[in-house]
Design a protein around this ligand. Structure first.
Ligand code: HEC
Ligand code: HEC
Length: 419
């Protein structure tokens, strides 16, 4: 080998390693070095005599490889929360690659004899590629300029003259038109989990002022579990300019409806989520509510009857220290045989918001915001299940389906007025 080629090679290799080290650190440089050594060793291997394979031999080798690759692509795309249509598209691309390489290996082309030959070949390849592209894309959903224009020219939302349900429907439309679904799911609906699922998070439990502030000043308060650098900057800051006053208030009316009377609110970024049962901040706030010192629930004092340390101050009041307490039998048609430790979230919520008729346990949900009642429940549980003794978090419930959400309304699970 010539000395000048060796020098150029060494310089190129070292620069490459240095660049890898700069971007990925020692691991990058190590990986780069390993690749170089492997490549050098491979160059040393004497090539075998090449024999042309038949089409069948070609496919037999490529098909299993592509099937494994497609599987890996599918799982990885799923892990990164790509919508299922994207997953299908990625896998389809892998198979296009398979077709392409099969075609390449199919037959060795004969030597070109005249200039005319290569022009014919280029034209044929071009025609084939265009044919495939046009054929495939014609099958995909088409962009319809009329529909897109109609969306753009839609008159802005005006609330004058609209009543409750119509305002909420208008707000849903604002949510959809402003691409909120691109980052936020609403229960089962939506395209990605970049931001919190505003349904399972139950953004509707929060005050209108809080929700408004989160939309207009998204950098002020980070949603729990979304403190990483990428999520912090993800939520756009331009909605204050884009949304008219009417649109914003319709949007908030819609968001206020996002609640779940059957589950604790869920925090965190999918798939690393948790419920308020295990959220130490929610529990700490719940303690203030329980002990009557929370500024937002002035006048509510669970401890006056249930006891500050869980020892009931009133005969008959539930003793939260005993995980084997049965459910009350005083409500006709609504009783569970489950013991306190196994009560479903829905039961806790129903008992605390609606109370138990003809007992001092009043319907607190008619007076105090449910946001704080859920937190008080999370705290009450710690009397028999202390936070620092837990070995596992309570499982995050599955995202409610469309049918379940409909059934909450028909079963009358929401209170009126909804605080
Ligand atoms: C590009 C992605 C993206 C878009 C689009 C987006 N958001 Fe967000 N949003 C996020 C992320 C990420 C967070 C969590 C981090 C934070 O709190 O800023 C978030 C947070 C929020 C919160 C606060 C949640 C909480 O726990 O307090 C609300 C409310 C919200 N978004 C509403 C909306 C609405 C309404 C729209 C459409 C008008 C929208 N977002 C559009 C990414 C997005
Ligand atoms: C004025 C007294 C009083 C206050 C305040 C009070 N409770 Fe109760 N609570 C009771 C009594 C009494 C019962 C038992 C009712 C019965 O079954 O006879 C009870 C029962 C319960 C039950 C059990 C329901 C069942 O199915 O058996 C729960 C859960 C509960 N309270 C939670 C709370 C929470 C949380 C708070 C604060 C937000 C609270 N209570 C405030 C008196 C009170």
């Amino acid at each position: 080998m010539k000395i000048d080629i060796i020098i150029i090679g060494v310089i190129a290799g070292l620069s490459g390693l240095f660049a890898l080290y700069g971007t990925f650190g020692i691991i990058g440089a190590g990986a780069g070095f390993a690749v170089m050594v492997t490549y050098a060793l491979l160059l040393k291997i004497k090539p075998k005599k090449v024999e042309e394979k038949t089409l069948f031999q070609n496919i037999r080798f490529k098909l299993p490889v592509i099937a494994v690759l497609a599987g890996i692509i599918w799982v990885l795309a799923g892990k990164f929360n790509f919508p299922v249509w994207w997953q299908i598209e990625f896998v389809a691309f892998a198979f296009v690659g398979f077709a392409f390489f099969t075609l390449l290996d199919w037959k060795t082309l004969k030597l070109e004899k005249s200039h005319f030959d290569w022009i014919k070949r280029i034209l044929a390849t071009y025609a084939l590629a265009s044919g495939i592209f046009i054929g495939v894309t014609a099958q995909l959903p088409q962009f319809d300029p009329e529909i897109e224009l109609a969306k753009l020219n839609k008159p802005p939302v005006k609330l004058a003259g609209l009543a409750g349900p119509e305002v909420i429907a208008a707000g849903r439309e604002v949510f959809e038109n402003n691409k909120c679904f691109n980052c936020h799911k609403v229960f089962w609906e939506g395209n990605s989990d970049r931001g919190p699922n505003l349904g399972t998070k139950q953004i509707g439990l929060y005050t209108e002022d809080y929700i408004k502030d989160q939309i207009l000043n998204p950098r002020r308060n980070q949603a729990p579990g979304f403190e990483d650098k990428k999520s912090k900057k993800a939520m756009p800051t331009y909605y204050g300019d884009d949304l008219s006053e009417d649109e914003l208030s319709a949007l908030i009316s819609f968001l206020k409806t996002l609640r779940d009377p059957t589950h604790m609110p869920v925090e965190g970024k999918f798939p690393n989520q948790w419920t308020w049962w295990d959220d130490k901040d929610a529990i700490a706030e719940g303690k203030l509510v329980f002990e009557g010192t929370h500024p937002q629930t002035e006048g509510l004092l669970c401890a006056v009857c249930h006891g500050k340390d869980g020892i009931p101050m009133m005969t008959g009041a539930l003793d939260f220290r005993n995980e084997n307490n049965p459910d009350t039998t005083k409500i006709e048609g609504d009783h569970t045989d489950k013991l306190l430790k196994d009560w479903p979230d829905a039961l806790w919520y129903r008992r605390v918001t609606r109370g138990i008729p003809e007992t001092p346990m009043a319907a607190w949900g008619m007076i105090f915001p449910h946001l704080y009642l859920w937190k008080a429940e999370a705290y009450a549980r710690t009397f028999h299940d202390p936070l620092d003794k837990r070995t596992a978090k309570r499982p995050v419930p599955p995202v409610p389906t469309k049918e379940e959400i409909e059934s909450w309304k028909t079963k009358g699970l929401f209170l009126d007025p909804l605080l």
